[in-house]
Write a new protein. Structure first.
Length: 88
């Protein structure tokens, strides 16, 4: 998408909140908010810089549980009180 000219913020929205809305899942997923199901990737640097993104992954969370990176071996999880801006 970025290679086709979309701005980075639009790429992230298309692959998260917009995709969830199109699939009818936007009431439970697609944005970062308390009580929602979350698959997250934590990266070093600017998340809008897709260059070398794969090499900058520091942690991955699937449905709130850390599956790679910090806390993965201990079965760490994302707190249910996560707050902040959602990708839109």
């Amino acid at each position: 998408m970025a290679a086709g000219g979309m701005k980075p913020a639009a790429v992230l929205a298309a692959t998260t909140s917009s995709a969830a809305e199109l699939l009818g899942l936007d009431d439970t997923t697609g944005t970062i908010a308390p009580g929602r199901r979350a698959d997250l990737v934590v990266v070093d640097g600017d998340p809008y810089d897709f260059t070398g993104l794969k090499g900058r992954v520091r942690a991955a969370f699937q449905e709130g549980r850390c599956v790679r990176g910090t806390g993965a071996s201990e079965g760490g999880s994302v707190s249910s009180s996560v707050s902040g801006s959602a990708v839109s």
